[in-house]
Write a new protein. Structure first.
Length: 353
């Protein structure tokens, strides 16, 4: 990549949409989290394209597979004109709870449209982009529970000894737990979840958490730190490993983060559109910013799609795109190890099962 967006290589792909279908997906993930997503299936010209909507935490009547909205997507488009049309639509039957939800849902339709346009053209994403997918390094992202314990890490290491982690840090982590987790040597990223506007209940405990983490994990990425003066002071000597996720929704957000961090967690569903996603890739390439990928608990085709993008744009990074089975509370043994061998399907925007 030379720092120019690759979107023009996709924008003019013809797209024929004849109908749209929705299929619900359900799973119980770590910490008894009931995950609900929806497959979006666009059908046309003897082919189908898939995307995955991850915008809801539970079925409440507004999921795509419950409401089944008629959005008027039928017609002959280019990928660019279809994307432009999506901006004119309200994809929810009532206003969503989360500010980011419209971008999440739009990504489902954009990724389905990309998959369908490529399949109708008989081409694969990497072929059109003129990029070769590389072996994909990944981490397993998880929290350590309401009563934090190292056990979720131990269970995974027992079944998949080489697995590495991105862990959601909590102020309830005591120094003994931090040391215990650090002793595994298996943590690549600590996510502080400090950019979601959540109230800080115990500032002293939070400051202590940062002190323990900075000492115990001298090489880990430090994602989404809290925007507080006492935290900024602590991170002053660690800016080279601070990364941002939640604030990054388009290329203009890069460099406008509270701290002058260089590392970017590129999360396609949070960005929401293909055009903006390729703008983010281009800016990071131009400025030589390290990137890694992020997911949102995808259960179906969406997980493979972000794995494919990571394999194309930032394969050798701590990508939070582990195969979905790793997110179960007690993952089985024999799961694929990192790095994953590239396996794009012969046509479309999919990672082969």
């Amino acid at each position: 990549m030379n720092g120019e967006s690759l979107w023009p290589r996709l924008a003019d792909l013809p797209l024929v949409v004849e109908s749209c279908e929705y299929d619900g997906l359900h799973a119980v993930l770590a910490n008894e989290f009931n995950r609900v997503t929806t497959h979006v299936r666009l059908i046309g010209a003897g082919a189908d394209g898939l995307g995955e909507d991850i915008s809801l935490m539970e079925e409440d009547g507004t999921s795509l597979h419950e409401a089944r909205p008629a959005l008027g997507l039928e017609g002959e488009w280019t990928l660019a004109s279809f994307s432009d049309h999506l901006t004119t639509l309200d994809l929810f039957v009532k206003p969503p709870e989360w500010e980011a939800a419209p971008r999440f849902r739009r990504w489902a339709f954009e990724s389905a449209a990309l998959d369908l346009a490529l399949r109708q053209a008989g081409r694969a994403l990497h072929e059109v982009l003129e990029l070769e997918p590389q072996p994909l390094r990944f981490v397993n992202s998880l929290g350590l529970g309401k009563q934090p314990s190292i056990e979720p890490v131990r269970r995974r290491l027992a079944r998949s000894p080489g697995v590495r982690f991105k862990l959601d840090a909590e102020a309830t982590w005591g120094p003994a737990l931090v040391e215990e987790v650090a002793a595994t040597g298996a943590v690549d990223t600590i996510d502080f979840k400090g950019q979601y506007g959540l109230d800080v209940k115990d500032p002293e405990a939070l400051a202590a958490l940062y002190d323990h983490v900075l000492a115990a994990f001298p090489d880990a990425y430090l994602e989404d730190p809290h925007d507080l003066p006492e935290i900024e002071q602590r991170l002053g000597d660690h800016l080279e490993r601070v990364s941002y996720d939640a604030p990054i929704r388009d290329a203009e957000d890069i460099g406008a983060t509270p701290l002058a961090a260089r590392i970017v967690n590129v999360k396609p569903s949070r960005i929401g559109s293909l055009r903006r996603l390729f703008d983010v890739y281009a800016r990071c390439a131009h400025e030589r910013r390290p990137m890694y990928g992020g997911g949102m608990g995808e259960l179906g085709v969406g997980r493979g799609q972000i794995e494919l993008l990571a394999a194309l744009f930032h394969a050798d990074a701590p990508n939070d795109v582990a195969p979905s089975a790793y997110n179960e509370d007690d993952p089985r043994g024999g799961l694929p190890a990192s790095p994953l061998a590239p396996r794009p399907e012969a046509t479309g925007f999919r990672w082969a099962a």
